[in-house]
Design a protein around this ligand. Structure first.
Ligand code: NAG
Length: 358
């Protein structure tokens, strides 16, 4: 403090200003720094307006938001908020993107250029869980060609280092996930070119990770305390590496690293495109358990990486912002939200408890 006062005011102000400039430039230019985001699913007919949504994202201290489309009014509303944004290309658009480079060029022109950088778009997600059984036959062949066309469209505007193209896959892409050191992919004919694309373009591998489903399907082998980060003793030690595992999340992420290594991919980081816990409507679904899972997960990823990559932090997108009453399937499907549609919290959570405590 006293040192500052002894500096001539002008010089001090200038250097602070410069520092701020450098700092903000490096922040807005860097992607993949966002650790905790929220998925903004919009399959509910009673959801609040975007202005409320942005207020809630800020209240949560979300670093980033994942959109499942590229709605210009949402992108406009996110201007100047500093919130990182994943925009998405729909599954149904993939074939066109794959076959027509112009489609990708026009899309970037319409949904990216008018908004970036004031809307801090960080990723373009191509479809969601395309390589899963229901969609792989129809869309799988178009996935990586569509990604290349988007990459070239971004490169045409010199945006390829700022906005990365990704393809979030379902956790079921891991044909083998135990032990973590033996992780292996299914759908290799698609996953291999996908990972080569991600490696070449210095992008990230987005995988959706749902310990909830593992626990629901197999509560004996996947006990609740192992699924929600409550174990104080290791659930098991990997028989090959000897590394201890306290939670399923880590085991799944390390299985993903192993599966990549298995096909020679060593430089691609992992991000979780969706994870969460339902609060009602089925087995083990409650606000109390959801709060445990989400809070412990947040602390866990803030603290560091996995047993296999302790220093590599894994960015995570929580599913989801709102309960969505138009989602089809079992009742749990409608109850993944942190918020009710009336904008009150289903359970209390803060995505950056460290900062908010200061
Ligand atoms: C919001 O909706 C939930 C669920 O319907 C309800 O329990 C809660 O009382 C509502 N809160 C307000 C402030 O309306």
């Amino acid at each position: 403090m006293s040192r500052k006062n002894s500096t001539p005011l002008g010089a001090d102000a200038t250097s602070i200003w410069l520092l701020l400039l450098i700092f903000s430039a490096s922040v807005s230019d860097s992607i993949g720094e966002d650790l905790l985001g929220v998925c903004y699913g919009e399959l509910g007919q009673d959801l609040p307006p975007i202005s409320t949504t942005i207020k809630l994202l800020k209240e949560l201290h979300a670093d980033a938001v994942r959109l499942y489309d590229a709605n210009p009014s949402v992108l406009t509303a996110l201007r100047g908020t500093g919130i990182g944004v994943i925009v998405s290309v729909l599954d149904s658009e993939l074939q066109d993107f794959a076959q027509n480079p112009t489609t990708a060029v026009l899309w970037v022109q319409k949904y990216v250029s008018p908004f970036y950088p004031s809307t801090r778009i960080t990723y373009i997600a191509v479809g969601n869980e395309i390589l899963s059984p229901g969609t792989v036959d129809e869309y799988g062949p178009h996935l990586v060609p569509a990604m290349w066309n988007l990459y070239h469209a971004l490169a045409g505007r010199r945006l390829q280092d700022h906005i990365k193209v990704v393809a979030p896959v379902s956790g079921d892409i891991l044909g083998t996930s135990w032990p973590p050191s033996k992780g292996a992919f299914s759908q290799l004919n698609y996953i291999h070119p996908l990972l080569r694309f991600l490696e070449y373009t210095k992008s990230k591998f987005f995988i959706n990770v749902y310990p909830y489903y593992a626990h629901r399907m197999n509560p004996v082998q996947v006990p609740l305390d192992y699924a929600v980060f409550l174990k104080t003793e290791p659930e098991f030690k990997d028989p090959i590496t000897g590394l201890p595992y306290y939670n399923l999340f880590d085991a799944m992420i390390d299985a993903t690293y192993s599966a990549m290594l298995d096909i020679g991919i060593t430089k691609v980081g992992v991000a979780v495109g969706e994870t969460g816990w339902p609060t009602a409507g089925g087995y083990a679904a409650s606000a109390r358990t959801a709060k445990l899972y989400i809070r412990n997960l947040i602390q866990h990823v803030q603290r560091g990486g996995t047993p296999n990559r302790p220093k590599e932090r894994v960015p995570v997108f929580l599913f989801s912002l709102y309960n969505e009453n138009e989602k089809i399937g079992p009742d749990t499907e409608k109850n993944w939200g942190i918020f009710y549609p009336n904008a009150t919290k289903v359970y209390d959570v803060d995505l950056d408890p460290v900062t908010s405590d200061l």
